[in-house]
Design a protein around this ligand. Structure first.
Ligand SMILES: *Cc1c(COP(=O)(O)O)cnc(C)c1O
Length: 470
């Protein structure tokens, strides 16, 4: 440890270059051209300060102008690398909450660009030349597709829950089946939302069975509504809610209460037609007698983040007029993307145009062909590659469940260094690749990799393999 009185150290500190001198040097001017004056000066100053501190600590840092500018460049690069980056999703998880859930259709992407580059008729009536008072286009589409009397769009499904429960049940009781109270993806917890809405949760049934009469027995004069939660990310194996929506709705209506349904996934199409387990659809719930149904826009619906409420006009009206509605409202980019997505449903082309459904319905031989193509290219570039096509199962959404997977094929790569290291290096390549491990092999699922990402995928796998010395 040197003392500040050490003459040798004082000489080194005195000889140290200054920010003023550094900014005039050619490589620093280049940084300034890329990152701007202010950020460059800040980075140079930070780099210089660190050198000074290191010297005072008795260390031997690189005190040359070159060394300091290199360090400043590293800082600038780190600072300017976007934290929200495109990645290659090779997990096969189509609705992956940590990777931003649904990818939009081409039409929905275009709609977002349009809406963001122009003024739009967000709340404007072209005929009247003033603020529009009637339903917007999205809500008209929602009514048409679901058969509901009215619709309302808010920021996300958690917001939809909060708005509905606050407006309809504040200071009153909400009855929910015990088996439906689990945590959803993204940490959404039904009991927390009910409490936040100022309502009181009444749990009925046991954790593995709830019958219609369990609901009926719990009703008293303070009950506002019966809430059903179709947790897509939490459904106990073997759990049997033996109370279908028709029965629950009938009980609610017999007692002049509301029956409301949180559908979560927002399935507007029948999942069994795609070889999946049955997922309750919005239409089924409304047909079954629910007064109000809400769901996410970016799960199985395949649109932007949104919370959609559909149901009886008088109820939607109450929600629309609630002060909280303004605080939770969806923005124009969301409305643009959602409208374009819903348009695919109206045209009956959702399964071919909405990426979520297109991925769900990709035929097995198409997946195999894709994998064979990858394997040929990879083997040509990495001759001693240990890779093969395997049969496996994919979870289709994050936080998925046993029994909620679909049989699929994937590419399995084995490396000497162990799968963990390769998985980590795959995340560090230019377009980060997110894969998974199965039996100590790194597994790449082709279902969620877009065709335009294939080159980046191959390059990334090769770069990561070279770094891990196959
Ligand atoms: C996913 C989910 C939510 C939360 O939806 P967000 O769109 O993430 O706010 C709420 N309820 C259910 C049943 C869900 O599946």
């Amino acid at each position: 440890m040197h003392s500040i009185n050490d003459p040798e150290l004082r000489a080194v500190l005195r000889a140290l270059t200054s920010v003023d001198r550094l900014v005039r040097m050619k490589p620093a001017l280049e940084l300034e051209r890329i990152y701007g004056r202010e950020a460059t000066v800040k980075a140079l100053r930070a780099a210089l300060t660190d050198v000074r501190l290191a010297l005072l600590d008795g260390m031997k840092p690189d005190t040359t102008a070159h060394g300091i500018i290199v360090d400043a460049r590293r800082r600038l690069r780190m600072m300017f690398t976007a934290t929200l980056r495109p990645v290659i999703n090779a997990t096969g998880v189509i609705v992956h909450t940590n990777l931003g859930r649904a990818v939009l259709s081409d039409a929905a992407q275009k709609a977002v660009v349009e809406a963001s580059s122009h003024y739009v008729t967000m709340e404007y009536d072209l005929n009247e030349g003033r603020r529009s008072s009637h339903l917007n286009h999205t809500e008209i589409l929602l009514k048409e597709i679901t058969g509901a009397e009215a619709a309302l769009v808010v920021n996300n499904n958690a917001a939809a829950s909060l708005l509905a429960l606050t407006a309809l049940a504040k200071g009153k009781k909400v009855i929910v089946s015990r088996g439906q109270l689990g945590e959803m993806s993204g940490g959404f917890r039904v009991p927390d939302i009910i409490r936040q809405a100022g309502a009181k949760l009444v749990e009925v049934g046991t954790t593995n069975r709830t019958r219609a009469r369990d609901y009926e027995r719990a009703i008293d004069e303070r009950t506002a509504l019966i809430l059903r939660v179709n947790g897509t990310t939490y459904r106990q194996v073997g759990f049997t809610d033996s109370a279908p929506v028709e029965e629950v709705a009938a009980i609610a209506h017999n007692h002049a209460l509301l029956c409301v349904d949180d559908i979560g996934s927002g399935a507007l199409l029948d999942t069994t037609a795609f070889g999946l387990v049955h997922e309750p659809t919005v239409q089924e719930s409304l047909m079954g007698g629910s007064d109000l149904v809400w769901f996410s826009g970016d799960k199985l619906l395949g649109g932007p983040q949104a919370g959609i409420l559909v149901g009886r006009a008088e109820i939607i009206d109450r929600l629309r007029r609630h002060p909280m509605a303004r605080a939770l409202r969806a923005d124009k980019l969301c409305i643009a993307a959602l409208t374009a997505t819903l348009d695919h449903y109206r045209r009956g082309e959702a399964s071919t145009h909405v990426p979520v459904w297109r991925m769900l319905s990709r035929p097995m031989d198409d997946l195999v062909k894709t994998l064979e193509r990858w394997l040929v290219i990879l083997k040509a570039r990495v001759p001693d590659l240990h890779a093969e096509i395997i049969q496996t199962d994919s979870a289709l959404r994050s936080g998925g469940l046993p029994g909620e997977t679909t049989p699929t094929v994937a590419l399995a790569v084995r490396v000497h260094g162990g799968a963990d290291g390769l998985l980590m290096r795959l995340r560090q390549v230019e377009t980060p690749i997110i894969a998974r491990i199965e039996h100590d092999e790194v597994v790449f699922d082709p279902r969620t990799v877009f065709e335009h990402q294939e080159q980046a995928l191959i390059d990334g796998i090769c770069a990561a393999l070279v770094a891990s010395e196959v």
